[in-house]
Design a protein. Structure first.
Length: 221
């Protein structure tokens, strides 16, 4: 006698929460996310299908494997994960659970997902984030990004929050830590244009400082 799991037929996709690191492809043409645990080696897009990290030929979520996307039911439980040192630069994702899923006490393991909203925390200096900048690590073909204010971006590879939303596509909304929504494909409003201008000015200031230092070094040579 085989134990059968309960079958659910929800009228709307269940909502879940998880944390992840935003990533940018090496050529700068794609944006997505990478997980913080088992599936961290496999970056995914805003709308994507899970695959077995062990390379097995079954379709996630298989009952006798732990493959598939993972999320928790409670937003507070996901936010608590951001308190650990290794996850401070991660972002909070609100997702729709699509396709087949297995329900657990604290969350879901499932086959397909859509990332609806990404909430970005503050820069490491404590200021509000204006961009997602190169975090100094990554996966093959992907650069990990971390929240950064305009003053801390300097010459690093970076995207404004609105730029990341547009590049990721599929209707992704990006929300700054204070709750301000950043425009994606719908266009830029005044707050987003101000943030873009501050980011560009910070980069210009950094390059001017570097040029001044080079000029002084040549003058002393």
């Amino acid at each position: 006698m085989r134990l059968r799991l309960p079958v659910e037929r929800p009228t709307e996709p269940p909502t879940g929460y998880k944390i992840a690191h935003p990533v940018l492809s090496q050529d700068g043409t794609r944006a997505g996310f990478t997980g913080v645990s088992l599936g961290g080696a496999l970056p995914y897009g805003v709308l994507d299908d899970a695959s077995c990290v062990y390379g097995r030929r079954h379709s996630p979520p298989a009952r006798l494997c732990d493959c598939g996307f993972h999320c928790v039911h409670d937003r507070t439980a996901a936010e608590a994960l951001l308190c650990t040192a290794e996850h401070r630069a991660a972002v909070l994702l609100e997702i729709s659970v699509l396709g087949a899923y297995i329900r657990f006490e604290r969350g879901f393991r499932y086959a397909r997902q859509r990332v609806r909203t990404a909430t970005v925390g503050p820069c490491v200096c404590g200021a509000g984030a204006a961009a997602l900048a190169d975090a100094g690590w990554g996966r093959p073909g992907w650069r990990a990004l971390a929240p950064a204010c305009a003053g801390c971006v300097r010459g690093r590879t970076s995207l404004s929050l609105a730029g990341f939303a547009r590049l990721a596509g599929d209707g992704l909304r990006v929300v700054a830590g204070g709750g301000r929504e950043v425009a994606g494909s719908e266009g830029l409003g005044v707050p987003e244009l101000v943030a873009e201008a501050a980011l560009l000015q910070a980069r210009l200031d950094w390059f001017q400082t570097q040029l001044a230092r080079l000029g002084e070094a040549e003058g002393q040579g």
